[in-house]
Design a protein. Structure first.
Length: 437
């Protein structure tokens, strides 16, 4: 992958830093408010409309707050209301009102009897948690799914890695609003992102120093951006996976290969989307003589999650995590966003084969790039993961619009971690030091 052209970078930096970053903040919140309002008025999905009705108000309040900051910016006495700490505060409040508050409201309404306050993935994760507690595996086998009524067979599949079922365990213990899987998705996301921000905070400025403006922009992309806030409020399973991947990149940026491997390994134990990130991080680790340390967590944790389930019911595992995602299950995935891969697969006689070939070609191109020019810093890892996943999402025959949150967050995360990239020499010395976990 090549870096953006210098002119493009300068143009983006000028936009990003205009009026101390407030101009882009204003645009982000204003456009998000319009998106949420349109979603509330027009979406065919009831949980999405419920999210839009609440989030539109949150984004509008953020827009008004940033407008006030811009008006006060020229006054020296108001610097504390317009600086970076104040922008962090607005971002945190906006995430609370556009993501966390809708999660709580929809969870409470669902616990009160509303059956239209959660997307199907929430039900799937909670059912997998119950099965894990009862049988030792989160998966139903082929015959068990076939025995379900035709309208329920789709929900019988759990196309996630075994670790995702842990977010459904609270529902197995009690039927209450706080056991809704989205509540625990939100908690896991918040913890991982807080660790990532703490990791990237400039230590030379003291413990109380705020993280940099690029880090703030990256956190906005992973939290208040509508594709992320909407996903968390209505489904949510992708957000802890994304947050753990961002945490892994943050650890890589400060030369902690072991911790980077553990973070991406935890993500890989939840969902397959983290596995490409793990592979790129392992290649990065090899350039710093720390490939084994990255691989231990990156590959070991997903393997540790799979092994017990494999021993309990191997066929059920294969049916859910391989056959169904590849289109060979009893039912097909409803993930059919109109991206090029899906359009090719449905419009041409041999479309699925063509789309699969294009996807394979993209994968080979990335593999060649990694072999010829392995990434030597975390920012490059983030760019490769961002562009690579973007290509994969666009070319997959079955995909979702919401999956775009991964490449968007990775691409915005790259400049946030670029300033923390250690030199290659220091990275090699650090990889040889036993106290750099």
């Amino acid at each position: 992958m090549t870096a953006p052209a210098p002119t493009t970078r300068r143009g983006w930096r000028a936009l990003d830093t205009a009026s101390g970053g407030l101009t882009l903040d204003l645009g982000l919140y204003a456009v998000s408010a319009v998106f949420a309002a349109v979603t509330a008025a027009t979406s065919t999905l009831v949980p999405h409309r419920a999210w839009g009705a609440v989030a539109a108000v949150g984004y509008l309040l953020a827009t008004l707050a940033v407008t006030g900051q811009l008006l006060l910016r020229r006054r020296d006495a108001a610097a504390r209301l317009t600086g970076l700490p104040a922008r962090w505060t607005v971002t945190a409040v906006t995430w609370a009102t556009t993501a966390l508050l809708p999660v709580v409201l929809q969870s409470v309404e669902r616990a009160g009897g509303r059956t239209d306050r959660a997307q199907e993935e929430v039900l799937v994760v909670e059912d997998s948690g119950r099965r894990l507690a009862d049988t030792g595996t989160p998966y139903l086998g082929h015959d068990a799914i076939a025995a379900l009524p035709p309208g329920e067979q789709l929900l019988g599949y759990t196309p996630y890695q075994p670790g995702m079922a842990l977010f459904g365990l609270p529902r197995a213990a009690a039927d209450a609003w706080w056991t809704d899987a989205r509540v625990w998705f939100a908690l896991g996301t918040a913890i991982a992102l807080a660790l990532a921000v703490h990791t990237l905070r400039p230590g030379h400025r003291g413990a109380g120093a705020p993280a940099s403006a690029p880090v703030l922009r990256a956190v906005q992309a992973a939290t208040v951006l509508p594709v992320c806030a909407l996903t968390l409020a209505t489904g949510g399973d992708d957000l802890p996976v994304l947050a753990l991947c961002l945490l892994a990149l943050a650890y890589a940026a400060v030369d902690r290969p072991g911790r980077a491997g553990i973070a991406v390994g935890l993500a890989g134990a939840l969902k397959l989307f983290a596995w490409p990130v793990a592979l790129v991080l392992i290649v990065w680790g090899l350039t710093r003589r720390a490939g084994l340390r990255v691989a231990t967590g990156a590959l070991g944790l997903p393997a540790a999650a799979l092994l017990p389930v494999l021993l309990v019911d191997r066929d059920a595992l294969v049916e859910n995590v391989l056959r169904f995602p590849l289109g060979h299950g009893l039912v097909t995935s409803p993930a059919q966003s109109p991206f090029p891969g899906h359009l090719i697969a449905t419009a041409l006689p041999t479309g699925r084969a063509i789309a699969a070939g294009l996807l394979l070609a993209a994968g080979l191109a990335i593999a060649v790039r990694l072999a010829r020019r392995p990434p030597r810093d975390a920012a490059t890892v983030a760019l490769i993961c961002g562009y690579g996943l973007l290509a994969a999402i666009l070319l997959m025959p079955s995909t979702r619009f919401g999956y775009l949150l991964y490449p968007l967050a990775f691409l915005v995360w790259a400049p946030a971690i670029a300033a923390r990239v250690p030199s290659i020499g220091s990275g090699i010395r650090g990889a040889e030091s036993l106290d750099r976990a």
